[in-house]
Design a protein around this ligand. Structure first.
Ligand code: FAD
Length: 378
């Protein structure tokens, strides 16, 4: 064998997985098809400080773009409310630097990384790559949503995200715009990275994301676009089996990003860490059950929350613009205060339930939600 483990995909989940495997004394190679780790960046970079701490990464000055103080939600008719995000300690990362920081950690532990090397095919222990055939005991699929496209197209939404310069950007406030006609099943967002600079994006079912984003920007006002990216996002939750024989699937490739927002730095990163530890254990014991321990660990941490997120998504998808506007009308300062104080960024369905339930005042919403809503609160 050339390596005990080969990881295909050198982003957050793949690199954290390799970092753990190397730390535990096993040989591991990461192959990344792009020409540079972290590039092209296709992420908003919004994450909680506690989340990245749990991933074992302390952001450097280069990694940290911005600190967020509040998040405003805007309804189709222009009604809005603002959440104070200070208690949740939310930051915006520069994913190019963040991924390189993890690559450095992995390398320091003894992992090898090769860029411009793409996985083409897996045959047992053999990997056909763009640079020749390699052999390993375990193969880790960390190729992101591209890996899911071949398996299931249904949960995929197209997104567009531009880097924008404009004076209507507020430096420490995220903005989220709901409109079921323009962005069905998702939303438009403004994520500030610096003064007058933001990542502005949209996603939605069956939309032309580029056209929707151009329309959104022209309504916002004067701006310059300095970078454009288009990427699929996955909102259908985890796949059934993370481990099949000697192939271990992690991160976005395993559907480990949040079904509500498609945020995945934290939950995909932890997927990589749990997988790395389980693989190392398996390499020492030879027991398949040790390998399966990875799925058990991830599920214990996230299954309950992800099931609730899937439910919240299902419920929100049934809302039309009128129902969303009504829901916004009923949000009280007391609810906002509760969410700002108690809510956590990474496990947010209780906050969502509070917003959806809003004091039992919106009859239409209550009827739509029915008993399913009560499940969300449990
Ligand atoms: C527009 C957008 C905005 C987002 N905003 C946020 C956010 O604000 N906060 C948040 O937490 N999450 C966000 N996400 C989600 C987050 O980016 C992902 O969940 C996270 O990057 C998943 O990491 P990963 O390592 O599993 O996969 P990816 O980051 O997708 O990495 C997969 C890697 O595999 C490589 N690869 C693909 N095929 C091959 C191959 N055949 N051989 C070798 N290498 C290959 C790719 O080049 C890539 O480097 C956003 C996603 C998008 C699309």
């Amino acid at each position: 064998m050339d390596y005990e483990v080969i990881v295909a995909g050198g982003s957050v989940s793949g690199l954290l997985c390799a970092r753990e495997i190397a730390r535990l004394g096993h040989s591991v190679l990461v192959i990344e098809e792009d020409h540079e780790i972290g590039t092209p960046e296709h992420c908003g970079g919004v994450v909680s400080i506690s989340g990245i701490e749990e991933l074992g990464v302390v952001p450097t000055r280069g990694t940290l773009d911005n600190k967020i103080r509040s998040a405003s939600m805007i309804s189709p008719a222009g009604k809005s409310f603002t959440l104070d995000a200070r208690a949740q300690k939310v930051v915006v990362l520069d994913r190019r630097d963040f991924d390189k920081q993890i690559a450095h950690q992995a390398k320091n532990n003894g992992a090898e990384i090769r860029v411009r090397t793409s996985l083409k095919e897996i045959n047992g222990n053999e990997l056909k790559t763009s640079e020749g055939v390699l052999k390993s005991h375990i193969i880790v699929d960390a190729r992101g949503v591209t890996s899911l496209i071949h398996k299931d197209r249904e949960g995929i939404l197209q997104s567009a995200q531009y880097e924008v310069y404009a004076d209507w950007i507020e430096k420490d406030r995220i903005e989220v715009y709901f409109d079921q006609e323009k962005y069905p099943g998702f939303f438009a967002w403004i994520i500030p990275t610096h003064a007058d600079i933001a990542k502005v994006g949209v996603a939605g079912k069956g939309i032309n994301a580029a056209v929707a984003l151009e329309n959104f920007l022209s309504q916002k006002g004067k701006h310059s676009v300095v970078r454009k990216i288009f990427a699929p996002i996955w909102t259908k939750g985890p796949i059934k089996n993370f481990v099949t024989k000697n192939i271990v699937t992690i991160g976005d490739a395993a559907g480990q990003s949040k079904p509500t927002t498609a945020g995945g730095i934290y939950s995909c990163g932890l997927g990589g860490i749990f997988a790395g530890r389980a693989i190392s254990k398996y390499l020492e014991s030879g027991n398949q059950s040790d390998l399966l321990g990875y799925q058990k660990a991830w599920s214990e941490k996230f299954d309950h929350e992800f099931q609730n997120m899937l439910l919240a998504r299902k419920l929100l998808e049934r809302f039309d613009n009128k129902a969303i506007d009504k829901m916004f009308e009923s949000v009280t300062p007391q609810i906002l205060e509760e969410i700002s104080k108690e809510g956590t960024f990474d496990f947010h369905t209780v906050s969502l339930a509070k917003l959806l339930g809003v004091k039992g005042s919106v009859k239409a919403v209550q009827t739509i939600l029915g008993s399913e809503f009560r499940r969300l609160l449990t």
